[in-house]
Design a protein around this ligand. Structure first.
Ligand SMILES: Nc1ncnc2c1ncn2[C@@H]1O[C@H](COP(=O)(O)OP(=O)(O)O)[C@@H](O)[C@H]1O
Ligand SMILES: [Mg+2]
Length: 263
């Protein structure tokens, strides 16, 4: 596991835009080794852009990306030793569930016994252990995404696991138990995880630290409790919590606050 830092990183997909219109306004962040972070905010606020800058799929317009202090800004994804889980399952249809989970480890030349132990450990954590011999193509969309999650979590030598809305295709009934499984697995294996979601409930239940974003800016970072109990803006107060916080307009005059004045 690795600490990820971004230093004064900003990004515009359109060259020449003034900073106000950038998809990601320049910011610095530290993701500590072995912790699980969620990036949360409405669609279009820059979550995927930030994640793709960390993975190397997007080269930022400015700033540096550091992995354990080493500058990886110019390195391609495959040189960053990360695992990625996307919205839709990425699996090998022709392989069995077992082979899908084992493949990332075979690529790293792990020996057979070590691969076998690890595949069973992850399969058990995801409740896939009774289907290891089945061809992956026969599984439901939910189960295929479970394999993608397993493939993301099976290597314990990755710098970080980056997940972009991985529960989108999952049946709402199953989401609840999967959130718990992701939490259990990350607590057990302790990789550095950055988890993107637009769902504040998902963010709060999976991550140790939540970063709330809006319009390409980081609004506030903290534990779920800190965000819930001490939001630093009305935006965070409204976004976090279900039902959302209520805001009332008051008049303030002569040291008094009047609620519902003028009505
Ligand atoms: N490849 C792209 N080219 C141009 N604009 C993009 C591209 N990807 C994202 N954007 C824009 O950047 C902003 C942030 O997008 P994104 O990071 O995908 O947000 P999120 O993942 O939070 O929904 C949005 O305004 C989006 O339209
Ligand atoms: Mg996105």
């Amino acid at each position: 596991m690795t600490q990820l830092d971004i230093v004064d990183v900003g990004h515009s997909y359109t060259p020449g835009f003034e900073e106000e219109r950038w998809a990601l306004k320049p910011l610095g962040l530290t993701f500590e080794a072995g912790k699980t972070y969620a990036l949360v905010g409405p669609s279009g606020c820059g979550k995927t852009t930030l994640l793709n800058i960390l993975s190397g799929l997007v080269r930022p317009s400015q700033g540096q990306v550091l992995f354990d202090g080493a500058d990886v800004t110019a390195l391609p994804t495959k040189a960053r030793n990360i695992a990625q889980v996307f919205q839709f399952p990425v699996i090998y249809q022709a392989m069995t569930v077992y082979e899908n989970l084992a493949f990332p480890l075979q690529c790293r030349r792990w020996d057979k016994a070590r691969i076998d132990a690890k595949v069973h450990q992850v399969a058990e954590a995801l409740d896939l252990d009774d289907r290891l011999g089945q061809p992956a193509r026969r599984l439901t969309a939910d189960d295929k995404q479970l394999i993608s999650l397993g493939r993301g979590l099976v290597r314990d030598d990755v710098a970080a696991v980056l997940m972009d809305e991985p529960l989108t295709v999952i049946d709402p009934q199953l989401k609840h138990s999967l959130r718990r499984k992701i939490r259990e697995i990350t607590e057990q294996f302790r990789p550095t995880v950055i988890y993107v979601t637009h769902d504040q409930y998902e963010a709060m239940s999976i991550a140790q630290e939540v970063l709330v974003m809006k319009d390409g800016r980081a609004m506030q970072q903290g534990t779920p409790e800190q965000l819930f109990e001490a939001p630093s803006s009305t935006y965070v107060g409204y976004f976090i919590g279900s039902p959302a916080m209520n805001f009332l307009t008051v008049d303030r005059a002569h040291g008094n606050v009047t609620l519902g004045a003028g009505t």
